[in-house]
Design a protein around this ligand. Structure first.
Ligand SMILES: NC(=O)c1ccc[n+]([C@@H]2O[C@H](COP(=O)([O-])OP(=O)(O)OC[C@H]3O[C@@H](n4cnc5c(N)ncnc54)[C@H](O)[C@@H]3O)[C@@H](O)[C@H]2O)c1
Ligand SMILES: [Zn+2]
Length: 379
């Protein structure tokens, strides 16, 4: 038996922030980062929360939240005797909030509802049961997966993403494309998740270039915010693939932002997954599905192999257009540093929980082959 579930209530469109007025609590915590506090967005969110008696702000989240941060945040939630959490920020703030609540609930036996308000259009964390936490000492990013991590409410407000700078728009936008594509060809993909992935890809390929070209394009921002959430709904159920396995490994060791690491890998991973290098006459299932997406976004696809090839080339073209680094050197990684960590990265990627649903078999040799695509260090 297969199941497909949606738990999170999604509030979107004009006045979506008004949903925050419905929260009734004695002690509410806004869980965010320093930028959101400084920019006045945390205060703005608080001003909507009229049903909350006491509101405190935890603003210490940092990109790729480490275990130490969760421990600190737990103390904060305990001190505030928290009844409800509003996570405001990118995937890092939302994931840190999710992981902290999990520990808080375990410690107190209390159920704490989570309202997620994403300020980047990328991770889809507002609707997923995933939270990615970094173990700095081990140099590993762990995707935690539990139904308990699913937010109760997601509030999509494109107003909040208008300030995202171009590089982060490009990085996070590619995270959306990677989520949707990996979910679409995941070994667990089904008709329900395919529907979400197809719509996410249709929107992202159309609106990401616009959002990157002109950050004040409200329609493009809004559509990318929707695409991010839809892609989250797709992978929430069927997980991802080796692209995320490698991105987590590169992120943990070299601190390459999550979306950028995904973007750098996507061309190479899709090429591997399409199995165009194998002599088989029959195209793989992943290849056929890539061709379907190619048709969907208006690329020629007379047959599966041609369609998949065109999609893969479009990924590379778009990544160059929006300024994604194409090699580790371009991403600021020194050759010696890379070589010293290469074996660890390969091992982490193979063992990453996301890699398990990759459509083509993954072992160390496969990851090495894929990584070769970004290993150019000579100018
Ligand atoms: N839980 C999931 O389902 C899931 C899925 C994919 C990735 N992730 C994780 O999420 C994290 C990445 O999240 P992210 O890509 O959203 O980035 P992020 O949350 O790390 O934020 C990146 C930067 O953007 C800034 N920022 C955020 N919103 C902004 C705004 N509106 N204007 C200006 N600056 C803004 C932040 O302050 C930060 O400096 C990684 O740890 C990744 O592994 C989680
Ligand atoms: Zn991702």
């Amino acid at each position: 038996m297969n199941t497909f579930e949606l738990k999170t209530r999604v509030c979107f469109g004009e006045d979506s922030l008004g949903a925050l007025a419905e929260i009734e609590a004695e002690n509410a915590v806004i869980f965010t980062d320093a930028f959101m506090k400084k920019s006045g967005n945390a205060d703005k969110i608080a001003s909507y929360m009229k049903g909350c008696r006491n509101i405190s702000v935890f603003s210490e989240t940092i990109p790729d939240p480490p275990i130490e941060l969760i421990v600190k945040a737990l103390e904060f939630l305990l001190d505030a005797n928290t009844d409800v959490v509003v996570a405001l920020g990118g995937g890092s703030s939302i994931d840190a909030a999710k992981s902290t609540i999990l520990m808080y609930e375990k410690k107190t036996g209390k159920h704490v509802p989570l309202i997620a308000v994403p300020t980047t259009s990328g991770t889809g964390s507002e609707v997923t049961k995933f939270a990615v936490i970094t173990d700095r000492e081990a140099g590993v990013k762990y995707p935690l997966v539990s139904d308990k991590l699913l937010p109760d409410v997601a509030v999509l407000s494109s107003e909040l993403v208008m300030s995202v700078p171009k590089t982060i728009t490009a990085d996070t936008g590619f995270d959306v494309i990677t989520h949707a594509l990996e979910a679409y060809i995941s070994t667990l993909a089904n008709d329900f998740t395919d529907a979400f992935a197809e719509k996410a890809l249709e929107l992202a390929f159309e609106y990401l270039p616009r959002a990157c070209k002109d950050g004040s394009d409200v329609e493009a921002r809004e559509k990318m915010h929707t695409a991010s959430c839809l892609a989250g709904m797709a992978f929430n159920d069927v997980s991802l693939g080796v692209n995320h396995g490698i991105a987590h490994a590169l992120g943990a060791v070299f601190h390459i932002p999550h979306g950028r690491a995904n973007a750098m890998m996507l061309y190479h991973v899709m090429k591997y997954n399409a199995e165009l290098d194998l002599p088989s006459a029959k195209p793989s299932r992943a290849c056929e599905k890539m061709a379907k997406i190619a048709r969907f976004i208006g690329l020629p696809a007379y047959n599966a192999k041609q369609g998949a090839t065109n999609l893969i080339n479009e990924i590379r073209r778009l990544s160059r257009e929006v300024g994604i680094p194409q090699t580790l050197a371009d991403a600021g990684v020194a050759k010696s540093d890379y070589l010293a960590n290469r074996a660890h990265i390969v091992k982490s990627a193979v063992n990453d929980a996301c890699t398990a649903t990759n459509p083509r078999k993954i072992d160390a040799a496969a990851v090495e082959t894929i990584l070769r695509g970004i290993e150019k260090f000579d100018k």
